[in-house]
Design a protein around this ligand. Structure first.
Ligand SMILES: [Zn+2]
Length: 231
């Protein structure tokens, strides 16, 4: 290993970067990403974030080829970051509480995004993304500032969005949380498409969704809730 590579491996955030590698492999194994289509990142303690490299599938990802993009948007090391690093940066800039971002061309979410439709409040679990819908951004070319701005706008109030004719983005307090949001939204998109195939789903009211969001705040084990508050 060269001196440069050694230093990069020794950088902080080792646990978060290992979680990123594990999750990218899991998404690939579950068929939610294929080849080098999706990407993921974790916030770096030195500023900026660590992101998967461009053109490398899950099987080829290592601690050494994760790319550190610093707080000024400058990539370090021998590998090029994912071509979609711009919207990861936009999410971290918009939400200081988020530390992990996953992007996948997951089949159900992507199918819905190709209809240029988001998820309305057709099921109470839509609240997992922080509100009473999961929006679909307008179409913009991948890797552009226009797409980043649209994703940032969606993340101002949500933990996930669909990108028209493209795929799904989900964020979380950590990789486990981002994964939970991504998997739930992908599952909901599948259920919504099924419901749409036989009729128009009945949506919950604003008041009904507000009650769900309120209940989510006290859901789970007390220890987990304390940890959520202190992060
Ligand atoms: Zn993509």
């Amino acid at each position: 290993m060269t001196g440069l590579r050694r230093r990069r491996v020794d950088r902080p955030d080792l646990e978060a970067r290992e979680a990123l590698l594990r999750e990218m492999a899991a998404l690939d194994a579950q068929g939610l990403n294929r080849g080098s289509a999706g990407n993921g990142s974790v916030r770096a303690t030195e500023g900026g974030f660590w992101i998967t490299p461009t053109g490398v599938g899950a099987a080829g990802l290592t601690l050494e080829n994760l790319v550190w993009v610093d707080g000024n948007g400058r990539a370090h090391g021998d590998w090029q970051p994912s071509s979609e690093w711009h919207f990861h940066r936009a999410v971290y800039a918009t939400r200081s509480d988020l530390h992990a971002v996953l992007h996948a061309h997951a089949p159900h979410a992507t199918a819905l995004a190709c209809l240029r439709r988001g998820l309305p409040a057709f099921h109470y679990m839509v609240a997992v993304a922080g509100g009473d819908d999961v929006p679909c951004t307008p179409y913009h070319l991948f890797g552009t500032e226009a797409l980043s701005a649209a994703v940032a706008q969606a993340f101002a109030q949500r933990l996930a969005c669909l990108m028209a004719n493209h795929g799904l983005v989900a964020g979380g307090r950590d990789m486990a949380h981002a994964t939970r949001v991504l998997l739930e939204v992908e599952s909901l998109c599948g259920i919504y498409l099924q419901a749409l195939s036989v009729g128009e789903p009945v949506c919950l009211t604003r008041a009904e969704m507000a009650a769900v969001i309120d209940k989510f705040k006290s859901y789970g084990q007390p220890q987990a809730r304390r940890e959520r508050r202190t992060r």
